[in-house]
Design a protein around this ligand. Structure first.
Ligand SMILES: [Zn+2]
Length: 260
C-alpha cells in the first residue's frame, strides 16, 4: 500500500494539498488508475461502514483507494501522528492499494468551492469507476458535509477548461455507506455479502486504538456492536454478514446471477 502521508525523522507528517497532488501524479503514472475510491470524513469511517466490503473487493482483484477527507484530529486521545500511523495499519489490514489523507479540517469540514476543487482533483487523478461517500443524513456535520462535498466534487471532476490537476473524468457510479451518528434505521439500496472480508475488517478496526480504546470505550465492545450490525444485514440476505449501501440514483442490472 502507498500513502500520501510520510514520515520525517520517525514522525508521521500530514501532507499539504500540493504534496498530495504531486504524490498522486507520481503514483498514477507508475500504477495507473484505481477501480474504487472510498471517500470518508475521518480515518475509521471507511473501516466501520464498509471495511469488509473493501477487503472482499480486494480479494476479487479490485484496486481500492481510501481517501480520508480529514486526518480526524483533534480527538480526546489522538494526535495527528497517531492517527496517520493507525490509518496506515488499517489500510494494510484491508489490502488497499493507496490511502490519501487530505488536509481539510476535522470538525469544520465545509462544502466550499476550494474543497470541491481539491476533492475533484483527487478524483481526476485516481479515475475510479465507483466512488463511495457518507450517507447524506447524519448527526455529525462532517458526515453530512462529506456527502455533499463528494457529490459536488464528482460533478466538478468532469469540468473542462479549468486549472484543475488531472483530466476531466466523471466517476460513473456513486454509492453511500453508513457510519451514522443518528439513532436511525436506513433502508439500503443493496446489501453487499462481505462475509469473506470480516476478519480483515476486525483487524483494521483494531488498529484504531486511540479511538476505540479510550474514553471508557473498550475496543472489543465496539467490535461486537459493529459485527452485530453486519450480522443483522447479513441475515436479511441469508448470508453470515452484510454491509448496507444507499443510493440516490436508480440501479440497473443486466442479469440476475449476482443477486443473492
Ligand atoms: Zn466520522
Amino acid at each position: 500500500m502507498e500513502l500520501s502521508s510520510y514520515q520525517r525523522n520517525g514522525v508521521w507528517r500530514q501532507p499539504t494539498h500540493a504534496e498530495i497532488i504531486e504524490f498522486l501524479k507520481d503514483y498514477t503514472e507508475r500504477k495507473g488508475r484505481v477501480d474504487i475510491a472510498v471517500l470518508a470524513p475521518h480515518p475509521d469511517d471507511a473501516e466501520i461502514a464498509m471495511g469488509a466490503t473493501i477487503n472482499t473487493l480486494v480479494q476479487q482483484g479490485k484496486k481500492v483507494a481510501i481517501v480520508d477527507l480529514t486526518n480526524g484530529e483533534p480527538t480526546p486521545q489522538g494526535t495527528v501522528e497517531t492517527r496517520l500511523g493507525e490509518s496506515k495499519e488499517a489500510g494494510e489490514a484491508l489490502g488497499i492499494e493507496v490511502r490519501i489523507t487530505m488536509d481539510m479540517p476535522n470538525r469544520y469540514l465545509e462544502d466550499t468551492i476550494e474543497n470541491r476543487t481539491k476533492v475533484a482533483e483527487v478524483l481526476r487523478l485516481l479515475k475510479p469507476e465507483i466512488i463511495f461517500a457518507p450517507y447524506w443524513t447524519d448527526a455529525h456535520p462532517d458526515h453530512r458535509t462529506g456527502a455533499a462535498l463528494v457529490e459536488a466534487a464528482r460533478f466538478y471532476a468532469k469540468l473542462s477548461k479549468t486549472q484543475m490537476a488531472g483530466d476531466r473524468f466523471f466517476p460513473p457510479r456513486i454509492f453511500h455507506f453508513s457510519s451514522n451518528h443518528y439513532r436511525m434505521h436506513m433502508e439500503p439500496a443493496f446489501i453487499f455479502d462481505c462475509t469473506r472480508g470480516m476478519e480483515a475488517k476486525k483487524a483494521a478496526l483494531r488498529a484504531y486504538q486511540s479511538q476505540f480504546n479510550s474514553n471508557g470505550r473498550d475496543i472489543e465492545e465496539v467490535l461486537d456492536s459493529i459485527v452485530g450490525y453486519n450480522h443483522y444485514f447479513g441475515r436479511l440476505i441469508r448470508r453470515p454478514f452484510g454491509e448496507p449501501f444507499f443510493s440516490r440514483e436508480a440501479l440497473g442490472i443486466t442479469n440476475f446471477e449476482s443477486i443473492v
